[in-house]
Design a protein around this ligand. Structure first.
Ligand code: ARG
Length: 586
């Protein structure tokens, strides 16, 4: 099904043609003066230059030819040469009725691509904190939007599971429990099944070790040696590392599950360790990499650069690999295994330059095909009400778990305020709505912008918030439920709108397909939020102005119900791609 705005543009284009002008002038947009008209076309202004004629004359000729069109209720040529248009209510309702019958509300998805989304990116043995929220939430939504658009989409968590951090943990464990079999190089037996630590211990061990290594050179050297031993495959170190991964990943899974985030692949930096030597050789053989102060680097500077662009380091002078090295090897691995058309990375925008280097290096060394898209979505910081990076009350890093708990507690307060509710049910609802509050609060901001994490605002049922969207859905569900309880049957016949709010709701609904396409192409989930906010507003104005269940004309009532059904389905589809859901009641 064609987008409505394209259909309208085509109609206006034909009128331009009939009047002796070129059809491309007929491009129509939503009016920026809704007080004057619903849609507008500025083609006569462009045509004036092309045909050396007064724009108002051209506009007048086109308006005349559109007078009999079934699409418009009104077409006016106004000075200096605008075409102002209102859509025909009957034509609009037929378009909306057709949307209810089409799969994906008439969205045409185009050819499927293979798209990988690299998000989450937590580091093993460290607890998730507020900084991990955005990668998970935005990445999950990008993945779902891509999937909805019909693409084969693979989400990969890309664990940080290989660097010095692992050596730090292993070394600290060794200092504390030197008697463990993992550290006995003579030991040839099976290693214990049970890990010698819990996740909470692990989370304390890492910062302790990291702190010590900053103060104590000898300690740091030992941690580096442990990293080296791990990476060169010393049996006990590998076995201990397996335990660290096992304990940490089990905990990560639980945390991501609470966020309704799930990954298809749980790969990590360690997975490409074995292919690094081959990649390095390939880069040397191809003449891409050269030595600079003992380190192996690939130059990625381009003539047009206006900012500093340091070379991409592949190996340090001691031969150790870096964050870059694993990312490049991961690209190589992904190309071989999945041949993606696009890889999208989600990290803090402070990694912008880093990804620019990596992408240039991957292109230059031909690790990717010429037409493989590499995209970095760099996001801004989550700030507290003071406008500074979000902290706990005592100034520490905020754990993600606690952040979610704070939102859920506040949500529960709000839900149970002035009313009696089964506590278990209330808690369940608070969890569902709380997740919407967090995710919508994040996703409604353009990713690159910082935002303020405001528990009061995010959990409010009024304004541009997740709970407001959910309230709207729940309200529609409850009307639909009552309607069926009263014996009403569902139909898809949608009659022309009876008032302006209904017409407005219909027009907003027709924006679904272009919105979803745009959100996908621009990698911009905030567009989905902006769309559902205007749908929710349009629905609520309609609801306040119109008797729905009390409508006596049965055909009209059925039509209202069909429109409500479509509104609900579209809203639910949208929140699903945003990664949250609505309760039955709240
Ligand atoms: N673990 C990294 C960090 O904490 C993020 C990984 C992002 N993904 C990537 N392919 N580099 O900064």
């Amino acid at each position: 099904m064609k987008n409505m705005i394209d259909l309208i543009s085509k109609e206006v284009g034909l009128a331009f043609e009939a009047a002796g002008y070129e059809a491309d002038l007929g491009k129509v947009t939503v009016s920026n003066r809704p007080d004057l008209c619903e849609y507008q076309c500025n083609g006569a202004m462009a045509g004036a230059k092309r045909y050396k004629k007064a724009p108002i004359m051209i506009a007048g000729e086109v308006a005349e030819r559109l007078a009999g069109s079934a699409i418009f209720e009104k077409v006016e040529a106004v000075a200096p040469g605008f075409l102002n248009m209102n859509i025909s209510p009957a034509w609009l309702s037929e378009y909306v009725a057709a949307m209810t019958k089409e799969e994906k509300f008439g969205l045409e998805t185009g050819e499927a691509e293979t798209i990988m989304v690299d998000y989450g990116g937590p580091n093993v043995a460290k607890p998730l904190h507020v900084g991990h929220l955005r990668s998970a939430v935005i990445g999950e939504s990008i993945k779902r939007i891509s999937r909805y658009m019909g693409n084969k989409t693979i989400g990969d968590i890309h664990l940080g599971d290989w660097g010095l951090q692992m050596g730090l943990v292993i070394n600290e464990l060794k200092e504390r429990n030197p008697e463990l079999p993992y550290f006995d190089e003579e030991y040839t037996g099976e290693y214990p099944e049970e890990a010698p630590f819990t996740v909470s211990e692990l989370e304390e061990i890492y910062p302790t070790a990291s702190g010590k290594s900053k103060e104590d050179e000898a300690y740091k050297a030992k941690a580096m040696e442990a990293t080296f031993k791990l990476q060169s495959g010393v049996r006990g170190y590998r076995a201990l590392w397996d335990q660290i991964i096992k304990v940490s990943v089990a905990d990560l899974k639980k945390n991501y599950e609470n966020l309704n985030v799930d990954f298809d692949l749980w790969k990590g930096e360690s997975d490409v360790h074995d292919i690094i030597p081959g990649m390095v050789q390939y880069m040397k053989d191809g003449g891409y990499a050269h030595l600079s102060d003992g380190a192996l680097v690939v130059d990625v500077k381009e003539e047009t650069d206006t900012k500093e662009m340091p070379p991409c380091m592949i190996l340090k002078s001691d031969g150790a690999s870096l964050y870059n090295t694993t990312d490049l090897a991961t690209i190589m691995d992904r190309m071989k295994t999945y041949a993606p058309d696009k890889i999208i990375y989600l990290t803090d925008k402070r990694q912008d330059l880093y990804f620019e280097q990596v992408f240039r290096c991957a292109r230059k060394t031909k690790l990717v095909n010429e037409d493989t898209d590499l995209i970095h979505v760099g996001f801004g910081t989550v700030n507290g009400k003071d406008g500074r990076p979000f902290k706990t009350r005592d100034g520490g890093v905020m754990r993600l778990e606690y952040l979610i708990r704070d939102i859920n507690d506040r949500m529960l307060d709000r839900i149970t305020e002035n009313r009696d509710m089964d506590p278990e049910e209330a808690a369940k609802i608070a969890k569902i709505v709380g997740l919407a509050a967090i995710k919508y609060g994040d996703l409604s901001n353009q990713a690159s912008k910082d935002y303020i994490f405001d528990v009061d605002k995010f959990t409010s049922s009024e304004g541009n918030t997740g709970p407001y969207i959910l309230y709207t859905i729940v309200r529609i569900k409850s009307i639909l439920r009552k309607y069926t309880e009263q014996g009403g049957d569902m139909d898809v016949a949608i009659l022309p709108p009876v008032n302006d709010p209904e017409k407005n709701l219909m027009k907003e609904l027709t924006g679904f397909a272009p919105m979803m396409k745009g959100a996908f192409e621009e990698v911009a989930p905030h567009r989905v939020c902006a769309y559902i906010y205007s749908i929710a507003n349009a629905f609520n104005s309609f609801y306040h102005e119109t008797k729905i269940l009390a409508e006596e004309d049965q055909e009209l009532k059925k039509s209202f119900i069909a429109l409500l059904g479509l509104t609900k389905d579209i809203l639910e589809t949208c929140i699903d791609v945003l990664g949250f859901s609505a309760p039955e009641k709240m």
